[in-house]
Design a protein around this ligand. Sequence first.
Ligand code: FAD
Length: 448
Amino acid sequence: MKRRSFIKQTLKGAGMVMLVPTTLPNYKEEKWAGKSVIIIGAGIAGLAAARKLKEKGLTVTVLESQDRVGGRLRSNRSLGVAFDEGASWIHGTQGNPITDLARKSGMTTYETLDESRKSYDLGGAVRDADVYDAAEEKLDAILETLMNEGGAGRSFETVFFQEYPEYAKDRLWRFLLSTYMTFDTGDLDQLSSTLYDEGEEFDGEERISTNGYDMIPKYLAKGLNVRLNQRVTKVDYSGSMVLVSHNGTTSKADYVLVTVPLGVLKENVIEFTPDLPQAKQTAIEKVGMNCVNKFLLTWDKAFWDDVQYISYTPEEKDKFNYFVNVKKFHPKINALMTFAYADYGRETESMTDDAVIDEIMAHLQDIYGEDIPDPTHMLRTKWNSNPNAFGAYSFTAVGTEMRHFDDLAEEVNDKLFFAGEHTEADYFSTAHGAYLSGIREADKILAL
Ligand SMILES: Cc1cc2nc3c(=O)[nH]c(=O)nc-3n(C[C@H](O)[C@H](O)[C@H](O)COP(=O)(O)OP(=O)(O)OC[C@H]3O[C@@H](n4cnc5c(N)ncnc54)[C@H](O)[C@@H]3O)c2cc1C
């Protein structure tokens, strides 16, 4: 299923590929010798910046709270297949810097096709493909103009169901809104009714990682000074050097680049001295942070359709409503990946594994019958309560203005810099947006 399916395709990304760092050269540029940078967070944004700054001769230290690099590019291989807990897809391969990074890092991918799908309603009734396609097309058309009916302070959900009340109880429409809108953005009752369609998209194929998205951060981190298990709690930029407190000690540098997720900024995990400028504080508050959780289940034997996507339209929205057939790209593994979004996604985080499996199995049993086997294992995420993220990715909530993304990116006193997916107005919420934000901030420091 394609995230951002309906989002504008105005920028084809020409020229973006050249932003990908090449092999680190051995020389150092005299100008930067002796200048130091601390980068907070070893996600793709922080690593992209670190690599570029090191290449130019700065002394770069990356402080990372977790025991590994990658942040929301995180792969769990404990079941013999790479389960990407965060990003899975390269959204649009043409001009996308991730395409080139995948090639360089050895990340293998598989083209996923939206057309390879089967949709089921309650009771295992197969949905007519024409009905599905027609609804999808209609939603596409609605999304192109609905913003004209929207207004400040009004959510997408309010405006959509005011204009189209006939779809409020329609399970297919609730499914489409969930998988195309909520998955891609955030809770529909919090999503802006005017800015739900913001952001640019790369052209080309949708490709899912097959051996793990973390290949990319591992590649980017090579040769860098990354200090793991270092949780930053304070940044003092009141003096000539910036002081960074982590694990009971203080480090200092000429420049600091903060790349922690928006959720971490919202939770005030890091104390800034002096306080961050009001515009940045407002942006941290106004831009939304959504919740998407992912679940991978394995079985001894496959019992499902041989298609890429199996969708199901339950009464409850955002609940295990589609399944990625992992067997398509890992033929020896009998696995399905499913999702929970928004409020239901948050609810799953306090559910036991058994309770989650029961709910997922109830959907599969409704489709394929009571006799299907129990899964052998399950892997799951809890992004909302994860203290390294506090959510999955940013979205345009009610009250967000596009300038808020720029405010999130704004440097302070030419010493304190900010990167991360939430700082990239054109490509927020994506791996490529995060990467480009790291390059952008490295360029800003180098232009000082
Ligand atoms: C479930 C899910 C599905 C997604 N699907 C896709 C997809 O298919 N395609 C796509 O393009 N994008 C997808 N994304 C989005 C993409 O993963 C992110 O936009 C991108 O990885 C963010 O990179 P980043 O560097 O901005 O942040 P992060 O990767 O979150 O890096 C920030 C780093 O800061 C660290 N940190 C946090 N707090 C502290 C602290 N106090 N001190 C020190 N370090 C700290 C974190 O541990 C982390 O390593 C998905 C994300 C999620 C969660």
